[in-house]
Design a protein around this ligand. Structure first.
Ligand code: SF4
Ligand SMILES: [Zn+2]
Length: 150
């Protein structure tokens, strides 16, 4: 795991393949937006692919709650949201779901999604992927580039 904004130098274990790897420590001044963050992190994300500690990594950092930015558990996070992940990243690696009154409905599923936790069995049929913050970022950038109306 890495991320310069939180938990500098933390690790699940010194056996983790990212331990001591400087490429996993992304300085804040190296990126300005999520697209740039992905461009820096993606080339080293493969290291998480062979890591047996992905779930433990996420349990330790609790990226959604800590609004983590950086690489953790096979995913690239931006302020606690997943913006990119390995194909082999599995939802079973996310924290176990909190059971809420809304469970069994679309709202319950969204609550799990917002907490970046597993879907409970009753919510699973209602699951829909959420928007990626990178898409909103791209849309905002495109709008900035639109010429003024005559
Ligand atoms: S899952 Fe990735 S970031 Fe976490 S300990 Fe393993 S290699 Fe490091
Ligand atoms: Zn549920």
């Amino acid at each position: 795991m890495t991320g310069s904004r939180t938990l500098i130098g933390t690790h699940v274990t010194d056996h983790a393949p990212c331990f001591g790897d400087e490429d996993f420590a992304i300085a804040d001044d190296r990126w300005k937006n999520g697209t740039e963050l992905v461009a820096i992190c993606e080339p080293v994300l493969y290291v998480c692919g062979g890591c047996p500690y992905r779930a433990a990594c996420i349990r330790q950092v609790v990226p959604a709650k800590s609004l983590f930015t950086g690489i953790c558990g096979g995913r690239i996070w931006l302020n606690g949201a997943i913006i990119h992940e390995l194909p082999e990243a599995d939802s079973s690696e996310l924290p176990v779901p909190v059971i809420r009154k809304s469970c069994g409905t679309a709202a319950g599923s969204r609550a799990h999604r917002r907490a970046v936790e597993q879907q409970c069995p009753r919510c699973l049929p209602h699951y829909r992927p959420g928007p990626n913050p990178l898409d909103a970022e791209e849309q905002a950038a495109q709008q900035l580039q639109l010429p003024d109306a005559p």
